[in-house]
Design a protein around this ligand. Structure first.
Ligand code: ADP
Ligand code: MG
Length: 399
């Protein structure tokens, strides 16, 4: 789960991290009082969307002006004008895709005098099973680009969970960023606070780009991008309360209500599979035969008929889907339950695209019989290979 920059900063402030003062607003009318409250003389008007690259982004609407999604304002009038232009407009950045994202919230923040911009992020490193830091002097830039063009400018290290963050980690960061004296001490202090927030809130990633040195010689978190481990949300109601569903894929939200593991993808073949391994294999084999999957969907081990019906509805609600492949290995999950769920869903929402069903395992004969007797136009398949070829062929013939 992701949150907005202003929410991330408020959270990090709670752990003592240095952030600027700011006010989140939803309407142009709120811009003036926010700007007055902050006092100036420099303000920054920042688009709040769940995507980075806002500064260099462009609005689709001409009425939003030439400037990007993060704008420096030198007067209250300018703050008001920018807010009027940006709210409701669609911002396109390298991370939003060409469709862009509508800006419905702005963060009005005190402007900082920037001496230097650094990059710092904390994430879970699966290779070492530890929390890792990534730091670089090349702040404000795309870190993927730095990794590609100047990998020597990126320093990474991981933290032993038994000791937590230690002063020597602070020294490593200070050295990588070329900081000494009081600023080196601050580097350890800031890193410790960010690390504490990361652990306490079960974050998956915390990216501060840029972490700045101000003209008066202090470190500050100028941008913050945070994502949380969804499996831990049950123990963080305060984090769940920050959720902005307008930023999320509606199908993924619907799927999470039914406890379905669903990820939207770009292709044309909707997949309903049980078990993550079988789901991955299904995606691969669709690709092998020349089409692309529209989603990853694992209905889980003991799915009920209702869950299967919900899953099917989510798949058919996606206009990109030109064909559906149901691929189930019945173990704990019984094939007749799947068959009933699919039929109930087809009856409820109709079937506009070809549907291939491959069932194997517990109660397979009963499952096949239920589908045969339903009179629905279902293409049966014998095995994974057969199923993939049939759905790819059906989709190709349909267009
Ligand atoms: P994004 O990464 O989405 O482009 P940032 O928050 O990093 O958004 O802002 C882009 C740039 O705008 C920063 O690299 C920084 O130079 C400038 N900036 C952002 N916030 C402030 C601020 N409060 N004061 C001064 N400059 C800022
Ligand atoms: Mg940034």
């Amino acid at each position: 789960m992701n949150i907005h920059e202003y929410q991330a900063k408020a959270l990090l402030k709670g752990f003592g991290a240095p952030v600027s003062n700011g006010v989140a607003i939803f309407t142009p009318a709120e811009a003036e009082s926010a700007a007055r409250e902050l006092g100036g003389p420099l303000w920054v008007v920042k688009s709040q969307i769940h995507a980075g690259g806002r500064g260099k982004g462009k609005f689709k609407e001409e009425s939003a002006g030439e400037k990007g999604g993060v704008r420096l304002a030198k007067s209250i009038e300018e703050v008001k004008a920018f807010a009027g232009q940006m709210l409701g407009s669609t911002l396109v950045t390298v991370q939003t895709g060409p469709a862009g994202k509508q800006v419905n919230r702005l963060y009005i923040e005190d402007g900082s005098d920037i001496e230097k911009e650094f990059y710092l992020s904390i994430l879970v490193d699966r290779a070492t099973s530890r929390i890792a830091f990534v730091v670089s002097t090349e702040g404000g830039m795309d870190i993927e680009e730095v990794a590609h063009s100047a990998p020597e400018k990126i320093k990474t290290f991981s933290v032993d969970p038994a000791t937590g963050i230690m002063p020597h980690h602070g020294l490593t960061i200070a050295k990588a960023l070329g900081l000494s004296g009081a600023l080196a001490k601050e580097a350890y202090d800031v890193a410790s606070k960010l690390y504490a927030a990361f652990v306490a809130k079960d974050m998956a990633m915390l990216e501060v780009n840029p972490l700045i040195v101000t003209k008066d010689g202090h470190l500050k978190v100028l941008d913050a991008k945070v994502s949380f481990d969804s499996n831990s949300l049950y123990r963080h109601p305060d984090v769940v309360a920050l959720r902005d569903e307008t930023e999320e894929d509606q199908k993924e939200i619907e799927a999470s209500k039914f406890d379905l593991a669903y990820i939207a993808l770009d292709g044309t073949i909707g997949c309903m599979v049980n078990g993550a391994g079988l789901a991955m294999a299904t995606l691969d084999i669709i690709q092998l035969y020349g089409e692309s999957p529209a989603n990853f969907l694992d209905v889980g081990g003991g799915a009920s008929e209702e869950k299967v019906t919900a899953a099917f509805k989510i798949i058919t609600s996606d206009p990109k889907v030109k064909g559906i492949l149901v691929n189930i290995f019945g173990g704990i999950m019984k094939c007749d339950v799947i068959a009933r769920g699919v039929i109930a869903a087809v009856k409820a929402v109709g079937l506009q695209v070809p549907l291939v069903v491959r069932l194997e395992g517990t109660n397979v004969e009963l499952g096949k019989q239920i589908i045969r007797e339903s009179g629905l136009n279902v293409i049966p398949a014998d095995d994974l290979d057969d199923a993939a070829q049939k759905i790819v062929k059906a989709v190709k013939e349909a267009v």
